[in-house]
Ligand binder design. Structure first.
Ligand code: MN
Ligand code: MN
Length: 312
């Protein structure tokens, strides 16, 4: 199989059955290099639901996806064999089973030496993904986390595993190395000081919106840390963007990144060993004209291009 998107010349972009980037839909056992898949689950949200519908909405908008990256000067379609694997099986009314399904799914991908990009799902779905990668690689991951929120919040309603707590669990379970963890786009208000105390105690590097806006985007990008060969994961919570740019999300926070600033940061990232990534928290029922799903497509494109630049 050649793993090329359906040609827009033969079949206009509004036509045909929707897959991510119009790529072939194959089984997990096929000979692709990077698998794209959905995690349609939003049982971990604390406010507005709807991100269970993100994989299908992002597939729809990804008909507009292209191959060539103007900054990196490469074409992921030429460099990588990428396919749509469909969706990971989820259980809408059972978080424990859903987590088990996600962890088993990602672990088998890792065992088959596949890289992947997941389309969530609420942010609680990132935790079982990280569990699988930690188990496979046998060491804590380097972790780049885009978000308005720190996601290190305490348990809510007596429940540990909600979408605002995945990053705390990832650190506490030793899935990621807090000294090799970067959070970008963070801003207040916070419910309390608990989150800040946690990241300070752990020594996690936080780049807030003030850090970003107090300088030019070019200088901000120049000061991004260098990433090493440690297996690395990038998680992009779409609410790192300002609600003006990404209204379709569950817990919007004003004062965020523009789409362009997010692109600039993603384009500046030099990640030599990106093993996986995700875009989460897109909630199509609250979206307008598909703009939030469209930025989700863009994030997947940027992650693909990082992977294409570091072909195995
Ligand atoms: Mn989040
Ligand atoms: Mn968030």
């Amino acid at each position: 199989m050649d793993y090329k998107p359906l040609s827009g010349r033969e079949f206009p972009r509004f036509s045909a059955i929707k897959t991510f980037f119009r790529l072939p839909n194959v089984s997990v056992d096929a000979d692709y290099e990077v698998g794209l898949f959905g995690i349609p689950y939003d049982g971990g949200v604390s406010y507005r639901p709807g991100s269970r519908f993100a994989p299908s909405a992002v597939r729809e908008m990804s008909s507009l996806g292209r191959g060539f990256h103007m900054t990196r000067e490469l074409n992921w379609i030429e460099k990588l064999k990428v396919a749509d694997l469909g969706d990971c099986s989820t259980v809408p009314i059972d978080q424990k089973q859903t987590y088990e399904n996600i962890e088993a799914y990602v672990f088998q991908l890792a065992q088959k030496n596949k890289r992947f990009i997941a389309c969530g799902g609420d942010h609680s779905t990132t935790l079982p993904v990280l569990r699988a990668l930690r188990k496979f690689h046998g060491r804590p991951l380097q972790f780049i986390h885009f978000d308005a929120h720190l996601d290190t919040y305490p348990a809510a309603w007596g429940c540990e595993y909600h979408h605002g707590a995945f990053a705390r669990h990832a650190v506490e379970e030793g899935l990621v190395d807090p000294k090799k963890m970067l959070q970008i786009g963070i801003r207040g208000p916070l419910a309390a000081c608990d989150d800040l105390n946690f990241v300070r105690k752990q020594g996690i590097r936080v780049l807030s919106m003030d850090d970003l806006r107090d300088t030019t985007i070019a200088d901000f990008c120049k000061k991004l840390p260098a990433f090493d060969q440690t297996p690395t994961y990038i998680s992009f919570d779409v609410d790192c963007l300002d609600p003006a740019y990404a209204p379709g999300t569950g817990t919007p926070v004003p004062g965020g990144l523009t789409s362009y600033e997010a692109q600039r940061i993603l384009r500046a990232l030099n990640v030599p060993n990106l093993v996986g990534g995700d875009v989460v928290e897109i909630s199509p029922p609250f979206d307008h004209a598909g703009v939030t799903s469209l930025i989700g497509v863009d994030v997947m494109f940027e992650l693909l291009c990082i992977m294409a630049g570091n072909k195995r």
